[in-house]
Ligand binder design. Structure first.
Ligand code: NOJ
Length: 579
C-alpha cells in the first residue's frame, strides 16, 4: 500500500480528525467572474508528471520542451488545463516536492524562458497551465533552511519548527513522518530537533511565523504574474502543528514501516490552516481570469471537504480534490451513489473535483481491475468521471489504460519510500513510468539508452499511436467522452438526478437538459454479471419515450431505443440521450 493511501486511510480511521491575514481588500474577490462563466467549472484538468511525459533532449528525463512538443496531442484529447507536478530547482529527493528555490525552474526541466514559452504555446492550444505549490515544507537545501540551521538565534530560525528533545537522543514527541519513522530529526550543531511531516530532507515551514506566509504568497504572485492559471496545493492540510506539541494517540497496529499507527489530530487540518486559505484565495482572486486553487485534500468525510471550499462562504479553495469517490477502490454502486449524492447536496453548491489517478497511488486500472474485465472497468470509471456534474482531473496515461508497474527489485527503486517500505510498500515508481507514445524506442518518450524509470513492457500495444488508429481504443473512449461533455448542454450544466436508487449493481443517473433539449442518461454496470435495468423518468417529468444511444462499449446497446429494458453486459457503460 502506498504512502499517500496510508494518509487517506489514517484520515478515514481517525474521524473526527481531518485530512486530508488578508493582503487585499475583500472587494478584490469580486474580480472573479459569475459562476457559470468560470472556465474551471467544466474543465478537464490533466496532471503531467514532467519527468515522465516527454524527454526532448535525450537525457532520459522528461522536460518542458517535451511538454510543448505534445500540446497538439493534449488539445486533441480535449484537455483544458495541465497541472505540472513540481518543476522548481530541487535536489529531487522527493522528485521535486523538495523545493530549493520557489522562483526558478530546475535545469533538468528547462529554463524560465522555456516555461514562458510553454505558457504561450499552451495558450495557443487553449490550454492553461497550473503549477504545483508546496507550502508545507521546503528542501533542506533551501537557503532559508540552511540559514535556519546555523544557530538558535539566526533570523530564519523561526521559519521552521525547531524543538528541544525530551532527553538525549529522544525526540520532542511521538509524531511520525508519513514516509516512516520519527517526524523529528536531530541537528547536532544547534542541539535541537526539526519537524518534517515527509522526508527528513523536507523540513516543515513554521506557518505561525507571518514572514513565512509573506514569502510563500510572494512566490505565488511570481507565478501568477507569469500567467499561470492557478495552483495545486500540495499536502495543504498539514501546514500547522499543535502549538503544545502533544503526543498523537496510538490507534493500534503498525503500518508498512513497522511504526505504530497514530491518529493525526495534532499535525493535520488544524483550524488555523483555513485562515491561510482565505488569505490565499484573496491573493489569487485579485488576478484576472479566474485563476484556480486546487487542494490535495485527503479527508475523512464530506463535511470536512466542504470546509475546504469555505462552505457557504465559498471563500477558500475553488476545487479541493474529492478523494472520497475516486479512492473507494471497489466497484460498489451503492457507495458510489452515496458519495456522488454527497457532493451534490452537502458542499453548498460548490463545484466537485473528481479524480481517480495521480502520481502517489497505484493507477485505478489496478485498484479497480479484476484481472479479467480491466478494460471495461476502466471505461466505467472514465464514463463516470466525465458525465457526473463536476470538474474532471485525470493523470497522464490514464487515457491509454497504462498500468502500474512497480520495480521488480529493491535496488531498482527510485522513490525513497519504496526502499524503506520494501516489499510491503514498493513506493510510487509504478505509477510514474514514462508516457507511452508509440511502439518505437523508449515508447517514443525519449531517445536515451536508459530512461529514469523503465518503460512498461506493454508499450508495444498500449500507446498513443496505436490507440489513435483504433476507433475502439481506450484513448478514443476518452476522446469521445470528453468531446461529449464539452458539447452536450445536459452534460455541461445539467442538474444530476440519481435513477434506480436501490439497485446495488448498476449506477444510473440523469443529467437534465435545458428546456427543449434532450437530457442524458448514464447506466454503468458495476458487476461481472449482465444486468437489466428499467429506468422510469416519470418522477422527473420526462416521458423517456425518445431514446438514442450516444456512447456505449456494448455492441448490443448501440441501437437502444427504450429505457424500459436496458440489458447491460458485464461492466458495460451506456450513455443515451432522452427527451
Ligand atoms: C504529496 C505529493 O503528491 C507527494 O508526491 C509528495 O511526496 C508529498 N505530498 C510531499 O510533498
Amino acid at each position: 500500500m502506498r504512502v499517500i493511501r496510508n494518509l487517506a486511510l489514517l484520515a478515514l480511521m481517525s474521524a473526527p480528525a481531518v485530512w486530508a491575514q488578508s493582503l487585499f481588500a475583500a472587494a478584490s474577490i469580486v474580480a472573479e467572474q459569475a459562476p457559470q462563466e468560470v472556465w474551471w467549472k467544466h474543465a478537464v484538468i490533466y496532471e503531467i508528471y514532467p519527468r515522465s511525459f516527454q524527454d526532448s533532449n535525450g537525457d532520459g528525463i522528461g522536460d518542458l520542451n517535451g511538454i510543448i512538443e505534445r500540446l497538439d496531442y493534449l488539445q486533441s484529447l480535449g484537455v483544458d488545463a495541465i497541472w505540472l507536478s513540481p518543476i522548481y530547482p530541487s535536489p529531487q529527493v522527493d522528485f521535486g516536492y523538495d523545493i530549493s528555490d520557489y522562483e526558478a525552474i530546475d535545469p533538468q526541466y528547462g529554463t524560465l524562458a522555456d516555461f514562458d514559452r510553454l505558457i504561450a504555446e499552451a495558450k495557443k492550444h487553449n490550454i492553461r497551465v497550473i503549477m504545483d505549490m508546496v507550502m508545507n515544507h521546503t528542501s533542506d537545501q533551501h537557503p532559508w533552511f540552511i540559514e535556519s540551521k546555523i544557530s538558535r538565534n539566526n533570523p530564519k530560525r523561526d521559519w521552521y519548527v525547531w524543538r528541544d528533545g525530551k532527553g538525549p537522543g529522544i525526540p520532542p514527541n511521538n509524531w511520525e513522518s508519513v514516509f516512516g519513522g520519527s517526524a523529528w530529526k536531530y541537528d547536532p550543531t544547534t542541539k535541537q530537533w526539526y519537524y518534517h511531516k515527509f522526508y527528513a530532507q523536507q523540513p516543515d515551514l513554521n506557518w505561525r511565523n507571518p514572514a513565512v506566509e509573506k514569502a510563500m504568497f510572494d512566490a505565488v504572485r511570481f507565478w501568477l504574474d507569469r500567467g499561470v492559471a492557478g495552483f495545486r496545493l500540495d499536502a495543504i492540510p498539514t501546514l500547522f502543528e499543535d502549538p503544545q506539541f502533544r503526543d498523537e494517540k496510538p490507534l493500534g497496529g503498525t503500518n508498512a514501516f513497522g511504526d505504530p499507527i497514530l491518529d493525526d489530530n495534532y499535525t493535520n487540518d488544524l483550524p488555523e490552516v483555513h485562515d491561510v486559505m482565505r488569505s490565499l484565495r484573496k491573493v489569487v482572486a485579485s488576478y484576472p481570469g479566474n485563476r484556480v486553487l486546487i487542494g490535495e485534500t485527503y479527508l475523512p468525510n464530506i463535511q470536512e471537504l466542504d470546509k475546504w471550499y469555505g462552505g457557504a462562504s465559498h471563500n477558500e479553495l475553488n476545487l479541493p480534490m474529492d478523494m472520497l469517490i475516486g479512492f473507494i477502490d471497489k466497484l460498489d454502486a451503492n457507495l458510489f451513489r452515496e458519495r456522488i449524492d454527497d457532493v451534490e447536496t452537502k458542499i453548498h453548491g460548490n463545484q466537485p473535483l473528481i479524480v481517480f489517478d495521480n502520481h502517489d497511488n497505484p493507477r485505478s486500472w489496478n485498484r479497480y481491475g479484476d484481472g479479467v474485465h480491466d478494460d471495461a472497468i476502466a471505461r466505467v470509471l472514465a464514463a463516470m468521471l466525465f458525465t457526473v456534474r463536476g470538474t474532471a482531473l485525470m493523470y497522464y496515461g490514464e487515457e491509454l489504460g497504462m498500468v502500474t508497474t512497480p520495480p521488480a527489485r529493491v535496488e531498482d527503486v527510485k522513490d525513497p519510500v519504496g526502499k524503506v517500505g520494501w516489499p510491503k510498500d514498493k513506493g510510487r515508481d509504478g505509477e510514474r513510468t514514462p508516457m507511452q507514445w508509440s511502439d518505437s524506442t523508449d515508447a517514443g518518450f525519449s531517445t536515451a539508452a536508459t530512461t529514469w524509470l523503465p518503460v512498461t513492457p506493454d508499450y508495444t500495444t498500449v500507446n498513443v499511436q496505436t490507440e489513435e488508429a483504433n476507433p475502439n481504443s481506450m484513448l478514443n473512449w476518452y476522446k469521445k467522452l470528453i468531446e461529449m461533455r464539452r458539447t452536450d448542454p445536459a452534460l455541461h450544466d445539467g442538474a444530476l438526478t440519481m435513477l434506480d436508487r436501490t439497485n446495488p449493481n448498476v449506477l444510473s443517473y440523469l443529467r437534465k437538459g435545458p428546456p427543449g433539449s434532450p437530457s442524458v442518461v448514464v447506466a454503468l454496470n458495476f458487476t461481472a454479471q449482465s444486468q437489466t435495468v428499467s429506468l422510469d423518468l416519470a418522477g422527473i417529468g420526462l416521458s423517456g419515450n425518445s431514446v438514442k444511444t450516444l456512447l456505449t462499449d456494448a455492441p448490443s446497446l448501440q441501437s437502444a431505443t427504450s429505457l424500459k429494458q436496458i440489458e447491460l453486459p458485464p461492466f458495460a457503460s451506456w450513455i443515451g440521450s432522452v427527451q
